[in-house]
Design a protein around this ligand. Structure first.
Ligand code: GLA
Length: 385
């Protein structure tokens, strides 16, 4: 793109991906999650370009760019552009674009994007993209948005322009994470606690299935609807409940006859998964890594058979890990239908585990497995100004 010739970035932002230790699909059910940012990230470089409305955005990895006008923002047919446009649309609502344009607050900018975060791998490159852009523009133009607003508007951008009715977890983790910790986030009150994570001599090893099924977004929204349907049925007997967060096992059982098996299974998973998050927090606080590992296996079993958001590739890798005594636990992480499995592996056995998993996976699916260690890291931040 033409602007690259004269590009002198005045602000550089790093926005990380995340893993979720446990607590899948609980966020939009107002429950608990336990995510943290990782070292893999998207780097944004910004410069003001002197125009009132014209912006240029360029992704280095894909060698693709586009130009947009701040006063003519509309959804695009090109999927990745919607992450940018959605955020700008939300920021413009917040900062009252017409006023801010007049006062020169939000103006034309050039931006390059570079990522070492594999897309479609369940590590939330989407939230990293949204939050990094929002965070960067907030700094560049001193928009005065709080971190909470950045998180919420990034989530809304995903709802409106990308079309996934996601919960708050990914954006929260991308912005708020702290090195060496996972975040216990209560998605009902949005209160959080940083939980230190010391798993030495174990490591968190991610195995990337390299499959990301297209149905992920539509199935995601369907899961959300099924949970809402369950809440609707349980409400008839227990009018005070607002979400699955308020539903106990006996309440669900009392309504079982009025709902279909699928809806029952979805609700059942969420009730157990919320409990698992709290148990995991106790396990981490008490350094009971064996229990932590078992909770991961339990969670995956629910993800696969009750919530049905796994896939043969993820199931294979989780099952494979069970044969290795140096692996304490494993499960698919993220929205589902592929992406990565998260494994707790003894450091002395990590290389062998990766090599044997890669071999078995190649044989079973003819796909080259990708594996990497992740470390709980800090949230979106300025690298240099
Ligand atoms: C995606 C969504 C999150 C969350 C997870 C599943 O990553 O963006 O809000 O629902 O799936 O836990």
């Amino acid at each position: 793109m033409i602007f690259l010739d004269k590009f002198k970035p005045e602000l550089i932002i790093a926005s990380p991906g995340r893993i979720n230790f446990i607590g899948e699909h609980t966020d939009y059910n107002m429950g608990y999650v336990l995510p943290t940012a990782i070292e893999n990230k998207i780097v944004f470089k910004f410069q003001k370009n002197g125009s009132a409305t014209k912006c240029n955005v360029y992704t280095m990895g894909y060698d693709k760019g586009f130009t947009l006008q701040l006063d003519m923002i509309a959804p695009s047919d090109v999927e990745w552009e919607n992450y940018i446009l959605g955020v700008l649309n939300e920021i413009s609502k917040h900062t009252d674009l017409s006023t801010s344009l007049k006062t020169g607050k939000l103006q034309g900018f050039d931006c390059t994007i570079e990522s070492d975060l594999p897309t479609g791998s369940g590590l939330s490159s989407s939230a990293a993209m949204e939050c990094g852009l929002a965070f960067g523009l907030n700094e560049l133009f001193a928009l005065g948005l709080s971190k909470k607003t950045i998180i919420e508007l990034s989530q809304r951008a995903e709802h409106t322009y990308v079309g996934t009715q996601c919960g708050i977890m990914d954006q929260y983790a991308s912005v708020m994470s702290k090195e060496g910790h996972v975040i216990l986030l209560d998605c009902q009150s949005i209160e959080s606690e940083y939980i230190p994570i010391y798993i030495h001599p174990y490591k968190i090893i991610m195995l990337n299935t390299k499959v990301s099924h297209n149905l992920a977004s539509s199935e995601y929204n369907t899961r959300r609807e099924e949970c809402e349907e369950g809440v609707g049925v349980i409400k008839e007997k227990h009018p005070n409940i607002k979400s699955l967060r308020d539903v106990t096992r006996p309440m669900l059982e009392s309504a079982k006859g009025q709902m279909n098996q699928t809806v029952y299974n979805r609700c059942s998973f969420i009730i157990d998964e919320n409990k698992r998050v709290l148990k995991m927090v106790s396990a981490l606080k008490g350094n009971d890594l064996e229990l932590a590992g078992n909770l991961l296996y339990e969670a995956h079993s629910g993800i696969s058979s009750l919530y049905e958001v796994s896939c043969p590739e993820s199931d294979f890798l989780v099952e494979f890990s069970k044969e290795n005594p140096s692996v304490l636990g494993a499960r698919q992480t993220g929205g589902g239908f592929g992406g990565c499995t998260l494994n707790i592996v003894h450091e002395t056995a990590a290389d062998d585990f990766i090599a044997s998993a890669a071999k078995a996976y190649k044989k079973a699916f003819d796909i080259e497995l990708e594996a990497f260690e992740v470390k709980p890291s800090g949230g979106t931040s300025i690298i240099t100004a």
